[in-house]
Design a protein around this ligand. Structure first.
Ligand code: SF4
Ligand code: SF4
Length: 85
């Protein structure tokens, strides 16, 4: 095996952000704390009349989980999705 083959760069990690829509109270904490600003508010309402958070730029999520730790409603979770390398 050549050294070149061994020196393959690490695969970029991709993350899924799962929002349990009916738990979200639209407080905006996750959106304001997200470092790369990849979270936003949906245009539609959940059954309690709040517009839940959604991930608008999947490639931009760095998997820091600040949103998950900050959410007072336990409405948002971050999971490693897959690698594309
Ligand atoms: S894990 Fe971090 S980067 Fe990804 S959506 Fe949550 S706060 Fe933003
Ligand atoms: S912190 Fe939780 S409740 Fe607040 S907007 Fe984000 S997901 Fe919704």
């Amino acid at each position: 095996m050549s050294l070149q083959a061994q020196a393959k760069p690490a695969a970029k990690k991709v993350y899924d952000v799962i929002v349990i829509k009916d738990r979200c109270k639209e407080c905006g904490l996750c959106i304001s704390l997200c470092p790369p600003k990849v979270l936003d508010t949906e245009k539609t309402y959940n059954k309690f009349g709040y517009r839940p958070t959604y991930l608008k730029g999947k490639d931009g999520c760095i998997g820091c989980k600040i949103c998950e730790f900050a959410c007072p409603e336990f409405a948002i979770f971050v999971r490693e999705a897959s690698s594309n390398g």
